[in-house]
Design a protein around this ligand. Structure first.
Ligand SMILES: CCCCCCC[C@@H](O)CC(=O)SCCNC(=O)CCNC(=O)[C@H](O)C(C)(C)COP(=O)(O)OP(=O)(O)OC[C@H]1O[C@@H](n2cnc3c(N)ncnc32)[C@H](O)[C@@H]1OP(=O)(O)O
Length: 333
């Protein structure tokens, strides 16, 4: 329903939860993997950066470029209308007020750089927060030929202005697992094990959107203003890609296959051109992180990355072209 061009929000949880999504088949070609890597800043500091060149270029003797684990976060886009909006019967909202709240990714197999895959999708959570509705979409992606499951994405979408559909004394909440299992991130008081600084470009969102999220919030100044921002903002998943790269460069010697799970909560919007400073704390195989927009000194993202192995000790204090990675880390025995 729409009045004056704006959709009047309404949520019918029974209709939404009963909906069976169709399976979505698609092909993720090599070119998409490289374009995505560039969209999240790979090779931005140094075009021949040895820790990242393999994300966009394969040398003689290598068959394929390597996909960042967060490339998997693009797969749920294929369930959407191409503007980051998943249509779920029973949920009507003003698309200009949608924000990405959280993303959780489990990687079961290294993400291939070229594959035909299929998405199975379900509503995994629905919460009435009064001023907003939180919708959680779970997408499980498998290789089309073998049926092997590659990864699972849990996308948490914050629908501003769409809450209040339940009794305020007993707000509606549904989830297929305890949400606090992944959403409570407490940042340690101790000094971080590593800090990584990265510069986003003014054109970052315009480049990132070519990976498939054409939500005009990230490109159209008028739409951004209606949504409450002074100018277009960066895609949340772009910021998550920067944070994942920070962890991979600092603790995995650039190997994207070293990552098992990734979680991030988007705390505040990021403007393209801002400097992202990611602080990381290692605890066994888990790297907790917090990313700040340096110019505003505000935390914009926090979460964790679960690695396949405890990272080994190494020294990395190189400071070049405004990037730094200061490592103060010895693995626990
Ligand atoms: C399938 C594919 C789908 C992918 C779609 C993606 C499409 C993309 O094109 C869209 C984007 O990329 S948007 C850009 C990235 N996101 C952002 O910039 C949002 C940044 N975060 C914010 O602005 C605020 O945290 C904000 C506004 C989110 C919340 O702030 P407040 O309104 O101040 O909320 P608050 O009062 O603190 O809390 C209210 C309840 O909500 C919960 N909550 C808060 N932040 C959350 C978040 N980020 N994610 C999930 N839940 C969140 C709180 O816990 C609280 O609940 P409770 O009272 O039960 O604790």
């Amino acid at each position: 329903m729409a009045t004056n061009g704006r959709t009047v929000a309404s949520v019918d949880p029974d209709v939404a939860l009963a909906y069976k999504f169709p399976e979505v088949n698609f092909r993720a070609p090599c070119r998409d993997v490289a374009l995505y890597a560039l969209g999240v800043g790979a090779c931005g500091a140094d075009a021949v950066d040895d820790k990242e060149l393999h994300l966009v270029h394969h040398r003689d003797g290598q068959r394929h470029i390597k996909a960042l684990p967060t490339f998997a976060s693009l797969f749920p886009n294929k369930n959407s209308n191409g503007r980051g909006i998943v249509n779920v019967p029973g949920i009507h909202f003003d698309a200009s007020l949608l924000l990405h709240g959280q993303q959780y990714i489990e990687i079961y197999k290294p993400i291939p750089s070229c594959a035909s895959v299929v998405n199975k999708v379900k509503v995994a959570g629905l919460h009435d927060k009064g001023k907003a509705t939180i919708l959680e979409i779970e997408t499980t992606t498998s290789l089309k030929d073998s049926g092997e499951v590659l990864c699972m994405n849990r996308s948490t979408i914050f629908l501003r202005g769409a809450g209040g559909f339940s009794d305020s004394s007993r707000p509606y909440s549904y989830t297929t697992y305890p949400a606090n299992q992944i959403s409570r991130i407490s940042i340690p008081n101790s000094a971080p094990s590593a800090v990584y600084e990265d510069q986003t470009q003014q054109s970052q969102a315009l480049l990132y959107r070519l990976s498939g999220d054409y939500n005009p919030l990230h490109s159209d100044p008028m739409v951004a203003q209606v949504a409450g921002f002074t100018r277009p903002i960066l895609h949340g998943l772009c910021t998550l890609g920067f944070a994942a790269r920070a962890v991979i460069k600092s603790f995995c010697n650039g190997d994207p296959a070293a990552v098992r799970n990734i979680f991030g909560r988007f705390l505040l919007h990021v403007y393209p051109g801002e400097t992202l400073v990611t602080e990381m704390w290692v605890d066994g195989q888990r790297v907790q992180y917090q990313t700040k927009a340096k110019e505003r000194d505000r935390a914009v993202l926090s979460g964790y990355v679960l690695l396949k192995h405890i990272p080994s000790s190494f020294n990395c204090g190189a400071l070049k072209r405004g990037w730094f990675s200061v490592v103060n880390y010895t693995p626990k025995s």
